[in-house]
Design a protein around this ligand. Sequence first.
Ligand code: PLP
Length: 460
Amino acid sequence: MSTPTTHDTASWQAADAAHFLHPFTDFQQLAQKGSRIITKADNLYLTDSEGNRLFDAMSGLWCVNVGYGQQSLIDAAAHQMKELPFYNSFFQTTTPPAVELAQLLAEVTPPQFQHVFYAGSGSEGNDTVVRMVRRYWDLQGQPERQVIISRWNGYHGSTMAGASLGGMKYMHAQGGLPIPGITHIDQPHWLEHGAGMTRDAFGLKAAGWLEQKILEVGPDKVAAFIGEPVQGAGGVIVPPATYWPEIQRICDKYNILLVSDEVICGFGRTGNWFGCETMGTKPDLMTFAKGVTSGYIPLGGVMVGDRVAKALIEQGGEFEHGYTYSGHPVACAVAIANIKLIQSLKLVERVRDETGPYLAAQFAKLNDHPLIGETQTCGLMASMQLVKAKDRGDGHPAMFDSALEVGMLCRGHCFANGLVMRAVGDRMIIAPPLVMTIAQVDELMGLIHKCLDLTLGDVR
Ligand code: PLP
């Protein structure tokens, strides 16, 4: 097939179907329907090959925190490409952007973090976590501490270790996962598991599942617990306020490393620089990616807390792990420009004090809509549960039959009306760019109301 040279949607779609195997995609179905082709973007808005304008309420894939078209990031990439497009950080070499970013990360992360290990993505970051926590316990003379506990319906990436840490059963079903030494507990999702309980009481109960699992595995065999401060891909599930402090207490009690996966929650999303600050935990390791460069170029990594860094540096000898693109100079230069822009635009403060609370107030009003059974927000991430009835008799909503695919119906109305919103089952979720203004929150809410009404028309 010849390469399409013009902006002709049909020819791009044909070439796409013929050659490109997309991630998390039914290839045959995509070939039948044809891809949507995104050609340009600015601020919060995408343009497709048909000239349609879309409000991107998902920041690309939870990553374009500073919005599209930021010149300082573009300039940083161009400058670094000319200066030094690549050099590695193996064999006792380094590059100025990798060093400068390491310093800057130590400034913007909580005080226990003075060191970074770079990777190319969030998944590679979490693979690094698995290697690192097991190495840490080897160095402590406790090599039997191998087991990492994570949660069902958590998401930690798509590599063998990332998908194993994740709790997506449909991912485990392909490729013989999870790998050994990883075990899961239920998620702190009040709608699923908390019937008849207050949210706070449920939060303590859900954290207690960690203690039960530690006792089941044996405390001297558990290396770490990993979780997202707010589960993103699982459906923007904001845990009860009691959950994370109790998780921290349990990790401290059994001397287990706490890993915060900040790939979505990092870099301002929750109204603090990192989600662990919003949830009140003090993790030993923190995975990051996405928002570190606002997705303009791939970069991920792990912030390594003093406890683990000290052992690796003072006792560890060579750490047999790393990637060609660990500390990629162009990616690091873009990350520096991105972090400086977040600082100069005061995006974290804006999310915490202005747009986050305003979005929360608007989402609370959605509870009056007949289709909505629950809304949750945290900073600039939010979810709403589409339900058949608000109360099935015990204070909990009645869900739709999943075969009706009501979430997909709603998502279809969103696309058709210029809004990118994601459906996780019947849970509609957003994570818009942090540059969103109050007027743009109003614009977004108008679109959401319209799409909910259209969906209601389909199901009632
Ligand atoms: N961890 C979390 C919490 C994520 O949401 C993701 C991706 O969505 C990852 C890890 C994996 O990151 P990547 O897709 O960059 O490998």
